[in-house]
Design a protein around this ligand. Structure first.
Ligand code: NAP
Length: 245
């Protein structure tokens, strides 16, 4: 497959690492600012991985060489397919929302397009490096961004809060942070299995035990409300970005 990747920052480089590791895409053309913005004549997919504020300026110089049949694959948060399709003169667009764990072939990627061939192409690009999840409506990409793309940062923030509480409970900063990071790795390895989240919790929280006591305290502190506030704020930010905010 002939692929052009526009933007090679955190996510773009994670995607190419994943492709190298899995062998699913060979020799993509990587366009950075230092490379002339030229697409090979047989380009099947243009993957756009620049920041949402930079895409119009970044794609404009490609229009002269981009084949008309190239499918546009956007991994950008908050940029609507219709805006991309108009700027890219009617080319088919598929939106994909991956996590940076695609670098290790362990990502998750939500996919939406109203164009069946574009959707199929996104699967060819991402099935080898992510658990791919099809969405029924473009608006759901914003929710997927919140619960997948942004959520690793939410877990880190919870880990930071737990490490801080560990220090308050007498641990040194260094010890609290190492222990919390280890706990996060342990949670990650559980998440990598097929076990339901309820079962993963039940395996650690025996009735009357320390974990159960902590979980009850989290529920009393309204963890559901905090999770809901984070997701709603991320969704509303994505909607504002789509309107040019
Ligand atoms: N990071 C994540 O976890 C994540 C997850 C899901 C989705 N996303 C989406 O992925 C996109 C990229 O995010 P990121 O975190 O990878 O940002 P990033 O690290 O800032 O990478 C963006 C890259 O695009 C390059 N770029 C900007 N204008 C360009 C141009 N005209 N031609 C070629 N390259 C250009 C930037 O180069 P300069 O440094 O020279 O400006 C930078 O290397 C965003 O739209 C974001 O919504 C990110």
């Amino acid at each position: 497959m002939t692929v052009v990747l526009l933007g090679h920052g955190r996510l773009g480089s994670a995607i190419t690492e994943g492709w190298n590791l899995s062998g699913s895409v060979a020799n993509p053309t990587i366009l950075t600012r230092a490379v002339p913005p030229v697409c090979p004549p047989e380009t099947e997919a243009l993957v756009i991985a620049v920041k949402p504020a930079a895409w119009r300026e970044a794609v404009a110089p490609l229009l002269d060489t981009l084949p008309a049949k190239t499918v546009v694959v956007s991994v950008m948060a908050g940029v609507r397919a219709e805006d991309l399709s108009v700027a890219l003169t009617g080319r088919a667009v598929v939106r994909v929302m991956p996590t940076t764990a695609v670098a290790q072939g362990q990502g998750v990627a939500a996919i939406w397009s109203d164009h069946a061939e574009a959707r199929a192409l996104a699967h060819r690009l991402f099935d080898g490096i992510a658990d791919t999840v099809d969405l029924d409506a473009e608006a759901l990409i914003d929710a997927a961004t919140a619960v997948a793309g942004s959520a690793p940062a939410f877990f880190y923030a919870l880990a930071q809060a737990l490490a801080k509480a560990g220090v308050e409970a007498g641990l040194t900063q260094n010890v609290a942070e190492r222990l919390t990071r280890g706990a996060l790795r342990s949670a990650g390895s559980g998440a990598a299995t097929d076990a339901p989240l309820e079962d993963l919790i039940a395996r650690i929280a025996s009735p009357g035990g320390t974990t159960r006591a902590g979980l009850d305290a989290l529920a009393a502190a309204d963890l559901n409300r905090a999770g809901s506030a984070a997701v709603r704020a991320a969704v509303s930010r994505a909607q504002a970005l789509a309107k040019g905010g």
